[in-house]
Design a protein around this ligand. Structure first.
Ligand code: ZN
Length: 73
């Protein structure tokens, strides 16, 4: 079976979380480069991951902008 034609969908989660070893990571990257279908999947998966990260952040808790300009004498 030709491995390079197999879709990497089931590995995208692991890929996005950095859980794959270098060899598989490289394989997924190469596949994404040549396969628009899996690239879309990867985009969506990373968006979900991003939303989860944002959702887990404390709401409306922005840090005060610290003044970086020193007052002139
Ligand atoms: Zn694919």
């Amino acid at each position: 079976m030709a491995d390079h034609t197999a879709h990497v969908r089931d590995q995208l989660d692991l890929y996005l979380t950095g859980a794959l070893d270098t060899e598989r990571e490289r394989h997924v990257e190469r596949h994404l480069f040549t396969c628009p279908t899996c690239r879309v999947e990867a985009d969506q998966a990373s968006e979900v991951a991003l939303e989860l990260t944002v959702a887990s952040a404390p709401p409306g808790d922005e840090p005060d902008p610290a003044p970086t300009i020193a007052p002139r004498p």
